[in-house]
Design a protein around this ligand. Structure first.
Ligand SMILES: [Fe+2]
Ligand SMILES: [Fe+2]
Length: 174
């Protein structure tokens, strides 16, 4: 396989697995929010629906190119659910701080991916551009609701950043 084909496969695999992880995170947040913080459910529902769409779009792109998916997408979802539930235990602000942090990373990473795909695959490039708008919208919603100052928000920003990059690292390798 050429370097270009390998890199396309790698990038698709990372985005696809991370979108599945994102569906899990929102699922976990929603499960607790339904009971304890129902007022944030409409926002979470909308974002969760977007992540499911993104997962489907990248799944279709992978299939159309005969590329390999990350091993066991269900594991990505499960990891996301555990993380999403855990963060929600710390309250609404923790959900927003985590969401704002993760969505910012996702937008930055999709910008980098878009640069690569612009030169290498127009179809994937347009999909990434479209999805990037959703992720930026998620970041805007979450950062407008989050309060970032304080020990807990700081810890959440650190752990959500580390876990996001861990998810990326693993998706590139499994
Ligand atoms: Fe997404
Ligand atoms: Fe998102």
């Amino acid at each position: 396989m050429s370097y270009k084909a390998e890199e396309i496969e790698r990038q698709l695999r990372i985005i696809h697995a991370c979108e599945k992880g994102a569906t899990g995170v929102y699922y976990g947040h929603r499960a607790l929010a339904k009971v304890f913080f129902p007022r944030i459910i409409p926002d979470l529902d909308e974002m969760h629906a977007h992540e499911s769409e993104h997962f489907e779009i990248f799944g279709a792109l992978i299939n159309s190119r005969g590329s390999r998916k990350a091993t066991l997408p269900i594991m990505w979802c499960a990891g996301g659910i555990v993380y999403g539930l855990f963060i929600a235990l710390f309250g609404v602000n923790s959900i927003w701080v985590s969401t704002a942090t993760i969505e910012k990373i996702v937008s930055t990473e999709l910008n980098l991916a878009a640069k690569f795909f612009k030169e290498n695959d127009n179809v994937i490039y347009s999909a990434v551009q479209k999805i990037k708008l959703d992720e930026e919208h998620h970041h805007e919603i979450a950062s407008s609701r989050a309060i970032f100052t304080g020990i807990l928000p700081n810890l959440i920003q650190i752990s959500s950043t580390k876990l996001s990059y861990l998810a990326k690292y693993l998706a590139a390798r499994v």
